[in-house]
Design a protein around this ligand. Structure first.
Ligand code: PRX
Length: 660
């Protein structure tokens, strides 16, 4: 059944538990509607009120939204603040100094707790260390680190001195890292000797060395290395320093660098529909505001909550719901170094029980793989764990299918906990369309309704609103504070990708399709409408993978498509034409393995195609255009029913039908 069909047929509704609704920050649909109405009545007034109430400003703003250079919108433009000050110092003043900020659990189970006072001291020391190295406001710093307290400290320290960080996920290859260092013009790289995941030690510093040795990173003056394992690493005299030496003797106080509201807090690279990843640039004030509000609204955060977001700081979810949002609202949060399946697939449930987590936020892929694991081994079934501390569950990164939703609801939430299925993107900075746990009746597989102030809509190719029940293109009609500001170094691409001419440069184009339910108006996301894949909640461009494949000397041509996958949501299927004759049998297997490893080196293991099929050619139109929609059908193993008369070489379809 298609996404659209299943969304239309889903009729189960789960109302918020009365007790939850009673105590919720946004309690009941009327409260939600009232906020929406406020935003509709006085859009700027609504955001100005929230920005004044939530952010501690060094210099208050007087203008709320500047649209003169649209779509380069500016929010709270003449205000000044510091994001790290808002996350840390404010908690010291608010009586949270002795409150636990971070409960860190290492891969091997060792737990380290840090209070707000201690975290503040660590961030200040490191910020002072960065300044001593000459790193200053506006400089770019690339962070390539494992999940760690030090990773959060590094990001916060950059924010404190006004340096713009760009975190690169620790699973990316040397080449990906090099490209990001160059594109950002980074002056420093913060990394670790190694990372530890699932009982294995994996190199980081060695990959960083390889990246820098590839050349082009001339702006990079310092490499700071957090000693995680003590593993063997090479040091370059005058460039490389241990993090412990950088902070040694530095005072634990550091006056924050006050920055303008629009100052770029970070750049985060993500995949688009062309080969080159885009450096999504975020602001300081607007971004901070939305991470705070969504912590309060979507997660209904209360002072006693133990909040756990399982994302990695290398992705936007880790930025908004580990490094910034939870700290800015004074939460206690869990930061986990490891993987959900080590030492066994009960790790998440065991950690919830031990740390008494109250809010748990994870990705559908993790849920689906843990369902499989629980089915295969009774011992790691969640029923064996005390999950009574939980009061709210969340899902992020990809569509959650109703079966996985129901399992999560029953087995983890024990039918007590609402599930917030949060739809958002790297570009949006925080949640966009999501249930509010104390207000919204839930429907499995639907992210329900936009948050107050978010003017989401479903339109056709001309930008006209579509009636409910008709699938179309997801857009946002008004700018919002935490939106992407530009693509680093490429404002034209920003405009073209998100505010294209076809929509009069006025509508933000998310890149997803959506449909609204006829009765409720609830949104269901029907998947990407561009050449972007979502594998295990990781976003990847088909062109990026194709470019990596054709860079291999054996490959003449490649086309990559997504294929539905029970566990990972989508998987990568590559159709490849070699420069030599088409391989078969064991030879095909051998070359496929070589190419998979090649892609792993070019981009990172997450981009390795699950399946590679070889052909003498690819299905093309007479003008030479590859017919990807046919390849998608072939990848799924379905029969082609479409018209293939425009194909130059229809016979090729039979050859590509078989998986090797
Ligand atoms: O296709 C949507 C999907 O993930 C894309 C954004 O990916 P990324 O920028 O990596 O950010 C992921 C974390 C926010 C979207 O364009 N997506 C994200 N959340 C959902 C989703 N699809 C359906 N339902 C969701 N809740």
């Amino acid at each position: 059944m298609s996404e659209i069909e299943s969304a239309k047929q889903e009729t189960r509704i789960f109302n918020p538990p009365a007790e939850f609704a009673k105590n919720a920050t946004i309690s009941g649909m009327q409260a939600y509607q009232a906020l929406r109405a406020e935003a509709e009545r006085d859009y700027e007034g609504f955001w100005a009120r929230l920005a004044r109430e939530n952010i501690e400003w060094h210099k208050p703003f007087t203008t709320t939204l500047n649209e003169t250079e649209a779509p380069f919108y500016k929010w709270f433009e003449d205000g000044q603040l510091n994001v790290s000050y808002n996350c840390l110092d404010r908690n010291l003043k608010n009586g949270n100094a002795a409150k636990t900020a971070i409960i860190f659990e290492a891969d091997d189970g060792k737990v380290t707790k840090l209070t707000y006072q201690e975290l503040h001291g660590r961030v200040c020391q490191f910020a002072n260390g960065l300044k001593a190295l000459g790193i200053k406001k506006g400089d770019r710093v690339v962070i390539y680190m494992p999940m760690s307290i030090e990773g959060v400290v590094a990001m916060q320290a950059c924010a404190r001195i006004g340096a713009t960080h760009s975190v690169v996920f620790g699973g990316f290859s040397a080449k990906s890292l090099q490209e990001r260092i160059i594109d950002a013009g980074a002056v420093a790289l913060i990394t670790a000797d190694e990372q530890v995941r699932g009982g294995k030690q994996l190199p980081l510093k060695a990959i960083a060395d390889e990246a820098i040795d590839m050349g082009g990173c001339e702006a990079l003056k310092s490499v700071i290395v957090y000693k995680r394992t003590g593993g063997n690493v090479k040091f370059v005299e005058g460039r490389d320093l241990w993090m412990e030496d950088v902070v040694a003797n530095q005072p634990d106080q550091c006056e924050p660098e006050w920055v303008d509201a629009e100052h770029p807090l970070f750049i985060l690279y993500t995949s688009g529909s062309t080969g080159k990843p885009k450096g999504v640039q975020h602001s300081s004030a607007g971004y901070l505001l939305w991470t705070m509000l969504t912590m309060k609204w979507t997660f209904d955060l209360k002072p006693n909550d133990i909040f756990w977001c399982t994302a990695d700081i290398g992705w936007v979810t880790g930025h908004s719901y580990i490094t910034y949002g939870p700290l800015a609202v004074g939460a206690t949060e869990i930061v986990f170094e490891g993987v959900p399946t080590y030492p066994n697939a009960g790790r998440f449930w065991d950690m919830i029980a031990r740390h008494k987590a109250t809010i748990f936020y994870t990705a559908p892929t993790a849920i689906r793989s843990l369902i499989k694991a629980a089915d295969a081994d009774e011992k790691v079934h969640p029923k064996n764990y005390d999950l009574s501390s939980l009061r709210l569950l969340g899902s992020v990164g990809e569509p959650i299918n109703p079966e996985a939703w129901m399992w999560y609801y029953r087995n983890i939430g024990r039918e007590r906990c609402p599930i917030v299925d949060t739809f958002w993107q790297t570009e949006t900075g925080g949640h966009m369309i999501t249930p509010l746990p104390g207000a919204t009746p839930l429907v499995p597989g639907s992210c329900t309704l936009p948050l107050p102030g978010i003017m989401a809509a479903v339109v056709d190719e001309t930008g006209q609103d579509l009636p409910n029940g008709q699938g179309g293109i997801l857009v946002v009609k008004r700018p919002w504070p935490s939106m992407i500001r530009t693509i680093w170094g490429d404002p034209e691409r920003f405009k073209k990708s998100y505010f294209p001419d076809e929509f009069g440069n006025k509508l933000y184009l998310a890149g997803d399709g959506a449909i609204r339910n006829e009765q409720t108006g609830y949104f269901t996301i029907t998947g990407r409408i561009d050449d972007v894949l979502n594998v295990s909640g990781h976003r990847m461009g088909t062109m990026e993978i194709e470019s990596a494949l054709v860079a291999n000397p054996l490959v003449a041509e490649a086309a990559v498509v997504g294929k539905p996958d029970e566990t990972t949501g989508e998987s990568i299927c590559a159709f490849v034409v070699l420069k030599r004759s088409r391989p078969t049998g064991d030879e095909a297997k051998q070359i496929a393995k070589e190419l998979r490893d090649w892609v792993g080196k070019e981009i990172g293991p997450i981009a390795k195609p699950k399946e590679i099929r070889f052909g003498d050619n690819l299905p093309k139109t007479r003008s030479g255009k590859i017919m990807r929609r046919l390849l998608r059908v072939l990848a799924k193993g379905e029969e082609i029913t479409q018209d293939v008369s425009t194909l130059e070489n229809p016979a090729i379809l039979d050859q590509l039908k078989q998986a090797q």
